[in-house]
Write a protein of this length. Structure first.
Length: 207
C-alpha cells in the first residue's frame, strides 16, 4: 500500500484523497455537540403607563411598550436554535400566556409576528397591580416546565397605588423559578397619555 502510494504523482494523490473524502461525505457522518439553550416565558406589561413616550429607537421617540417589543424581537434573533420562548401579557392582576413554549428557529416568524402585534388595546382592565401580576407569572412559569425562566418586562407603575398593609405575599419557593424583572421607562416622571383608537394622544393624564 505504501509503495503503491509513493508511485502516484501529486495529481494522483490529490485525486485519490478527493475520492476518499467524497465517499465519506456520501455516508453523511455527523455528531451532536452539547450547546447552551434557553427557555423563557417573556411577559410584557401592556397597561396604560406603558404608552408613555419617553424612550428612543434610532433617535426617534417611542413608547415604553414599543421599546419593550423592539427589545424582545432583538433578543429573539440572538437566541440559539433549540431555545424555547413563550409569550405572556400583564394587566390588572393577572398574566395571561398567549403562546405555548415554541422553538425559536422553527417558529421564529410566528413568535416575532406575535410580538410585533402586541398592543395596549389588548388590556382587559385599566388597573395595574405589579406584585399580583409578577407572582401570577411566576406560578404560570413553574407549571410550564422545570427549565423555564421568566422575563417580566414592566415600567413598574402601579395604579391605583398599593397599600403596604394589603400587598400580596409570595407563596412559592424562592429561587425555584429563575429569571429577572426588566425595567423600561425614562429616569424622570412623565405624564401618562390617553390615546384614541388610532394611537394618537388625546389627553395627558396624571403622573
Amino acid at each position: 500500500m505504501i509503495s503503491w502510494w509513493h508511485k502516484l504523482d501529486t495529481r494522483g494523490k490529490a485525486l485519490l484523497l478527493a475520492i476518499i473524502l467524497l465517499v465519506i461525505c456520501l455516508f453523511q457522518p455527523h455528531m451532536k455537540l452539547p450547546k447552551r439553550v434557553y427557555d423563557w416565558l417573556i411577559v410584557i406589561d401592556i397597561t396604560q403607563s406603558m404608552n408613555v413616550r419617553d424612550m428612543s429607537i434610532n433617535e426617534h421617540s417611542a413608547s415604553r411598550l414599543v421599546f419593550a417589543k423592539a427589545s424582545v424581537r432583538e433578543a429573539l434573533r440572538a437566541l440559539p436554535c433549540g431555545s424555547r420562548v413563550a409569550l405572556g401579557l400583564f394587566t390588572e392582576r393577572n398574566t395571561t400566556t398567549i403562546t405555548h413554549p415554541l422553538e425559536v428557529c422553527t417558529h421564529f416568524s410566528a413568535i416575532d409576528e406575535t410580538v410585533s402585534r402586541i398592543d395596549w388595546r389588548m388590556a382587559w382592565a385599566a388597573d395595574s397591580f405589579i406584585s399580583h401580576g409578577l407572582f401570577d407569572a411566576i406560578a404560570k412559569t413553574e407549571k410550564m416546565d422545570e427549565q423555564m425562566n421568566i422575563a417580566f418586562i414592566t415600567d413598574g407603575h402601579q395604579a391605583p397605588p398599593g397599600n403596604p398593609d394589603y400587598m400580596p405575599k409570595f407563596e412559592g419557593k424562592a429561587g425555584k423559578v429563575k429569571g429577572l424583572v426588566v425595567g423600561v421607562g425614562g429616569l424622570k416622571p412623565s405624564l401618562i397619555p390617553k390615546l384614541d383608537d388610532k394611537d394618537n394622544i388625546t389627553v395627558l393624564g396624571v403622573r
